[in-house]
Write a protein that binds this ligand. Structure first.
Ligand code: PMP
Length: 401
């Protein structure tokens, strides 16, 4: 019994989705294949491909150097995109915040750790970081701890607590950990393995109004509405390539309200100008399509998938709780579902699925602390995926049940 509301949602959005799907040449050009790995990287609509072509054939130059029109135009485009990121993130105080372009989330989180956090901490301070999210959201904080140790400053890294059944953070336990030495929290918006919303507003409630929060938004920006005003966090870090732009166009958005301004250190070399040009086009495309509708579409598809998969007894869905409907708020997944077959190793299952044309992720998913031998299969969706694709995948999975 797939909840009528969600079936209704898919029907209501079907025409809108069909028109958008047509704008992805790699999707329409390969009708025999089904791309189900958008959490790793997204496919690009024609408008984004055109932005790269237009920029490189009409205005390519370096940014912040040179005074001739192409160079000035590139500098202006980079500045415009900075403002575009703020608008896209619903920034309530854009005159105070900053946007720093990076190669992606990994480098962005490292910049926050190295160029901002390291200078805020003194001996005996504590920071709370996620030990079971993406590796990219753990390594930088460990590096900072090591760096400070070399300077004779001991910082305690405490593990953000989880509820084991759902993979969600345990906000009550977090409240009990906060003390006057708590200086910083790193968290994730949408989990890259479980697809759950990590309820960041509850982290703010738990830590109080003064502790800076850095959010890994790699799986939310470009997939659903993200409002920095509502989230009340201090850093939002994302990868342009997961948000329909080209690789190398990530951003760090810094609120610059709690603690000193974020000023990425060192000499700034040539930015990825063409990547940034595509980020501007991608954000325009996403706003025109409607990130709210994109999220409704992918959430309805994931509910359709989990609701049927959980009745196939050979499979375990990671983070899925028995006895809860697929559309209950705890169970809801945002475009990402990860599962295992009880008898078929996950890498084998990945190969079997590809023999039917499905491109999925099948490994340990870069999850911090995961045993590399302990793989799983992840499907992740974007606006170009369809209910028919989900149903075909379920029929293959069903034949292996
Ligand atoms: N954080 C999360 C939650 C992710 O899903 C990813 C990419 N899989 C990253 C960080 C790293 O992103 P990038 O490789 O673009 O730096």
């Amino acid at each position: 019994m797939l909840h009528d509301g969600l079936t209704h949602e898919l029907r209501e959005l079907a025409d809108w989705q069909r028109e958008l799907r047509e704008q992805f040449p790699i999707i329409t050009g390969h009708p025999e294949l089904v791309y189900l790995d958008s959490a790793a990287t997204s496919q690009k609509p024609r408008a984004v491909l055109a932005a790269a072509q237009t920029y490189l054939t009409t205005a390519n130059a370096n940014a912040g150097r040179g005074t001739y029109p192409w160079a000035n135009g590139t500098t202006a485009m980079v500045e415009r995109t900075r403002q575009r990121v703020k608008v896209f993130l619903g920034d309530p105080a854009p005159e105070r915040s900053g946007v720093h372009f990076t190669s992606g989330t990994t480098e962005g989180l490292r910049a926050v750790a190295r160029d901002w956090l390291a200078d805020q901490l003194t001996d005996g301070d504590e920071i709370i970081v996620p030990f079971a999210d993406h590796q990219a959201n753990l390594e930088p904080w460990l590096e900072t701890q090591r760096l400070l140790e070399q300077r004779g400053i001991t910082v305690r890294l405490r593990a953000l607590p989880y509820q084991t059944a759902s993979g969600d953070y345990d906000h009550r336990a977090l409240t009990g950990m906060v003390n006057p030495r708590t200086r910083f929290v790193a968290a994730t918006h949408i989990h890259h393995v479980y697809g759950g919303d990590m309820n960041v507003h509850r982290i703010r409630e738990a830590v109080g109004p003064d502790v800076p929060i850095c959010l890994d938004a790699a799986q939310s920006v470009g997939h659903r509405p993200v409002s920095v005003g509502e989230l009340d966090v201090d850093f939002v870090v994302f990868s342009g390539h997961k948000a329909l732009a080209l690789p190398g166009s990530g951003s760090v958005w810094a609120r610059n309200a709690r603690g000193p301004q974020f000023r990425p250190g060192g000499w700034h070399g040539t930015p990825n100008t063409v990547g940034i040009a595509t980020l501007e086009a991608a954000l325009d495309w996403l706003d025109a399509a409607g990130t709210g509708r994109i999220a409704r579409w992918t959430t309805a598809l994931t509910a359709r998938f989990t609701d049927r998969l959980r009745h196939l007894t050979s499979y375990e869905i990671l983070g899925c709780q028995a006895g809860l409907a697929a559309d209950s708020p705890v169970q809801r997944r945002h475009g990402i579902v990860t599962f295992r077959h009880h008898d078929i190793p996950s890498d084998d299952l990945g190969f079997i699925l590809f023999s039917h044309g499905f491109m999925v992720r099948a490994d340990s998913l870069c999850q911090a602390g995961a045993d590399p031998r302990d793989g799983a299969v992840r499907i992740s969706l974007h606006v170009y995926n369809t209910a028919k694709e989900v149903d075909c995948l379920l029929s293959v999975l069903g034949s292996l049940d």
